[in-house]
Design a protein around this ligand. Structure first.
Ligand code: PD2
Ligand code: ZN
Length: 306
């Protein structure tokens, strides 16, 4: 890749005006996983201003991979499509359909974004009340069967909503999909978790381990998990943060806050090892949305001929 494109700097503003040869060249480089920084450099050599080059690359990549990050800097960490909220580096608010959400911190490796006020207090309380009668002891994935087993890695209780099960659940799912540029259909049902004092979720990866015998079954039609949005439904009195041991990071649990982390490949290199630290005082309620590569319901597959 990166062989002589027909690069004509012309100050274009939109994709329809971009030279088709240039569009194809950018798309081929993106498909080959070439560092966008190298593509920008090649375009600069051909006379493009850096900002114009970055904009054109973003426009083409979004066209070629719907849902792909428009942020060229994020694309250097992730070669494959992932949920990504920020179109540019440095945004303090992000559009989420029915509200603007505040961005309070970001990290590139792991790719992680923390949002405050993602859920309102009423939405947090509403989720807890809908979930409360259905809570059961949480399990972890059994490596061989791909089923669930109970052990001390995870000492919470939890439940799953169906996709769009209640108006409140559907509203939050739409907000997530809009903010992360990732279709609702690619999401697992929201899971609500409750941790009593001393309960925890020891560090783990959310993707299915490629080495586990049960993984092909867990992956199914929807593919691997590529992102996690963890929402805090209350503020524990002490403890209960989310820790990222490989990055030396801890996100403190606060009502309405959410933390996103994404992983385009099921690899520890993405530094997404994370855990729910023990709750030291009080209790903790959280909600998890996992995003998959593809839709759970196959789209556009024609039925049998009659
Ligand atoms: O509830 C949490 O804090 C937590 C921490 C780590 C949840 C998950 N992982 C998860 O649901 O995967
Ligand atoms: Zn997790």
């Amino acid at each position: 890749m990166l062989t002589s494109p027909n690069l004509i700097p012309d100050g274009v503003q939109s994709l329809v005006e971009i030279d088709p040869v240039l569009t194809r060249w950018i798309a081929e480089n993106a498909r080959a996983g070439v560092d966008p920084g190298a593509v920008v450099a090649a375009m600069r050599q051909a006379g493009w201003a850096e900002a114009d080059a970055a904009k054109v690359i973003q426009d083409v990549v979004v066209q070629v991979f719907p849902g792909f990050s428009r942020n060229p800097f994020v694309s250097t960490v992730h070669a494959h499509p992932i949920p990504e909220p920020l179109m540019d580096s440095g945004s303090s608010y992000v559009y989420a359909g029915d509200k603007m959400v505040e961005v309070v911190m970001t990290s590139m490796l792991p790719r992680l974004v923390v949002f405050d006020g993602f859920l309102s207090d009423d939405e947090c309380d509403g989720l807890i009340e809908l979930a409360r009668p259905r809570m059961e002891r949480s399990g972890v994935i059994q490596p061989v069967t791909g089923g669930s087993e109970i052990n001390d890695v995870r000492t919470s209780t939890g439940m799953f909503f169906q996709l769009g099960e209640q108006e409140l659940v559907a509203r939050i799912e739409s907000r997530i999909a809009c903010m992360l540029h990732w279709p609702v259909e690619n999401g697992e049902g929201i899971q609500v978790l409750n941790y009593q004092q001393n309960a925890e979720y020891k560090p783990h990866q959310d993707f299915f381990d490629p080495a586990d015998v049960g993984t092909p079954k867990s992956i199914g039609l929807a593919g691997q998990r590529v992102g996690t949005l963890l929402m805090y439904l209350n503020t524990p009195e002490r403890g209960g943060g989310t820790v990222f041991p490989d990055a030396g990071l801890e996100v403190h649990a606060k009502k309405g806050r959410a933390v996103l982390f994404t992983y385009d490949q099921p690899s520890p290199m993405k530094k997404t090892l994370h855990g729910g630290a023990p709750v030291l005082q009080g209790e903790k309620w959280s909600a998890t949305k996992w995003m998959r590569q593809r839709a759970f319901i196959p789209q556009g597959i024609p039925g049998p001929r009659r």
